[in-house]
Design a protein around this ligand. Structure first.
Ligand SMILES: [Zn+2]
Length: 98
C-alpha cells in the first residue's frame, strides 16, 4: 500500500519503502506516486522490500543489526532491471529530497 504523507521528513535521505515485520505490510513512499516515476522502479522498490521478508538479518560486531547483507545484495541483483533501477534512483534522488 501507499504510505502516509509525513509532515516532517528527513532532508538528507529518502525512504522509498518499508516492510513491517509482523504482518509483512509493505508501504511505498507516496512521493513515488508521480507520473515521472516509472512502473519498473516501483516494482524494484517492492522487490527490495519483499526480499527483506525472506533474507534474514545478520548481527554484526557491537550487536548492531545489518539488513542489507551480502546475501541480500546478491539476491537483489537478480531483479531483472536492477542496474537500471539503481541508476534511476541515483539520477532522480534529488527530486525527492526537497
Ligand atoms: Zn532495504
Amino acid at each position: 500500500m501507499w504510505g502516509r504523507r509525513r509532515k516532517h521528513r528527513p532532508k538528507e535521505y529518502f525512504i522509498f519503502g518499508t516492510i513491517q515485520e509482523e504482518d509483512r505490510v509493505i508501504r511505498i513512499n507516496p512521493s513515488l506516486d508521480q507520473p515521472f516515476v516509472p512502473l519498473w522502479f516501483l516494482r524494484y522498490v517492492l522487490y527490495h522490500e519483499m526480499l527483506h521478508s525472506v533474507v534474514p538479518d545478520e548481527t554484526v560486531s557491537g550487536g548492531r543489526r545489518r539488513v542489507h547483507t551480502e546475501e541480500f545484495n546478491r539476491r537483489e541483483r537478480d531483479f531483472p532491471s536492477y542496474c537500471r533501477a539503481r541508476r534511476w534512483e541515483e539520477e532522480n534522488l534529488a527530486r525527492f529530497l526537497r
